[in-house]
Design a protein around this ligand. Structure first.
Ligand code: HEM
Length: 418
């Protein structure tokens, strides 16, 4: 049995994770005209940061400083960078989140990356996901909707999309429910690494201690949860050591909770902002998968992934020196007019449903099937349980914002009470 030992959790009482997440997103309403302007000028632009670093985004001074970035805004070049792990290394991620989480697959290059990924990928097989669909994902969403379905109104961000993915992860990991508030607080602090470095480092340390207890427990008493699957995963006689499992467990918090909360929020925002498309999906649930893909393309939750050039590279006519940081703008690539007709429109009926929001190449999101499953279960539950769903007309200026991550801070809705 895992205990809840550790520091007193009274800090959670005064701590507002929603505010921290909203701030972390960066206070930018619409970066897409800026991306379009850069793309029209050059597909790869070198951006120099001044002493403040990071433009309007207020960062913690102790976080590692990047003084210049080559920003890639075209879809074709974004794909080229992400699928070329010889000329573009993923090691840069170790500079930031890696220092807090430890060595994760996100920061590894081949051949180490393939070996490690093959082991953790076993825990995300389709068969495993099927088991989680109703028992974990469906149950989590039902509980949250139960709490407000009788009210006829809700703010779908704090009441549904924000809490659900971290609860799903807590359940997938098999954490006791009494530990969830502490787990949510620590996860949020860990994710906000560029914002509050010391707090993130402390949260990473506390989570590692907490996971150590869980891993020790599952080694003694294997269960049907992700931690047990990671312990048991075996590829050609190789297994994960404990010091390889902790970083992975820490990684899936930002990778799996924050992204899915934001992508689900963007999906609901897109549909609620266009009642005719909402009605079409309501009438034909076969449209749910394409609504999900379009929401992911239109408003990707995480806008950028970073690589470093391993050698002199010519990209889009621009020279990048060895060690140069390359910021692949997934957001800009998803709105490249050379790839998508009317790229700024949210259109669930568009022919090209491919997008780059899960990345590409060797590091393509390991959790993408889980993310899609979570979004599908969530949207179907919202449509089933909240008839007459619409934006609350009394609240104006509901919008998506953010430059690093994007999603709406609030989504006030009305519906027919159950
Ligand atoms: C809509 C939701 C999600 C989005 C948009 C997303 C996006 C991404 C992207 C862009 C990458 C590639 C990063 C890079 O190339 O450097 C990535 C990798 C990753 N994602 Fe996701 N993700 C989502 C959900 C999830 C979920 C639910 C999980 C697991 C619980 C997850 C786990 C991972 C892991 C482990 C990696 C690293 C893969 C590797 O380095 O080989 N993600 N994700």
């Amino acid at each position: 049995m895992v205990t809840t030992s550790g520091p007193d959790d009274s800090a959670a009482a005064s701590y507002d994770p929603m505010r921290q997440f909203a701030e972390l997103a960066g206070d930018v309403r619409d970066p897409y005209p800026m991306f379009a302007g850069i793309r029209a000028d050059t597909p790869v632009m070198e951006v120099q940061f001044g002493a403040g670093g990071g433009g309007r985004y207020r960062r913690d001074e102790r976080a590692p400083r990047i003084t210049s970035l080559f920003t890639v805004t075209s879809h074709a070049l974004a794909q080229q960078v992400l699928t070329d792990s010889v000329r573009f290394s993923s090691a840069a991620s170790a500079m930031t989140t890696g220092q807090v989480m430890g060595r994760t697959i996100l920061g590894m290059d081949p051949p180490e990356h393939q070996r490690h990924r093959a082991l953790v990928a076993k825990a995300f097989r389709a068969r495993v996901l099927d088991q989680w669909s109703d028992t974990i994902i469906g149950a989590t969403i039902s509980e949250l909707i139960d709490a407000f379905a009788g009210d006829g109104r809700a703010d779908l961000i704090p009441q549904l999309t924000f809490p659900f993915p971290v609860r799903v992860i807590a359940r997938i990991l098999g954490l006791p429910e009494a530990d969830w508030p502490r787990f949510l607080r620590l996860s949020t602090e860990l994710i906000a690494v560029m914002r509050n470095w010391d707090r993130a480092v402390a949260a990473g340390r506390e989570l590692r201690g907490y996971f150590a207890e869980i891993i020790a427990d599952r080694r003694r008493h294997p269960r049907d949860d992700l931690v047990s699957q990671l312990i048991e995963a075996d590829v050609d006689g190789h297994r994960l050591r404990d010091d390889e499992i902790y970083p992975f467990l820490l990684l899936i918090l930002p990778a799996g909770a924050e992204t899915t909360y934001r992508s689900s929020s963007n999906l609901l925002f897109g549909l609620l902002s266009d009642p005719s498309q909402l009605a079409a999906v309501q009438a034909d649930r076969g449209l749910v998968p394409q609504a999900i893909e379009e929401a992911l393309r239109w408003e990707t939750p995480a806008l950028t992934v970073v690589r470093t050039a391993t050698q002199d590279v010519e990209l889009g006519g621009v020279h990048i020196p060895p060690g140069g940081f390359v910021a692949v703008s997934l957001g800009a690539a998803n709105r490249d007019p050379r790839r998508y007709a009317e790229p700024d429109a949210f259109d669930i009926f568009r022919a090209d449903k491919q997008h780059i929001s899960f990345g590409d190449g060797a590091h393509r999101c390991l959790g993408m099937h889980l993310a899609r499953l979570e979004m599908r279960v969530l949207l179907n539950a919202v449509l089933d349980r909240l008839p007459g769903l619409r934006l609350d007309p009394a609240v104006d200026d509901v919008h998506i914002h953010g430059l690093i991550f994007r999603s709406p801070p609030n989504l006030p809705v009305l519906f027919d009470p159950a």
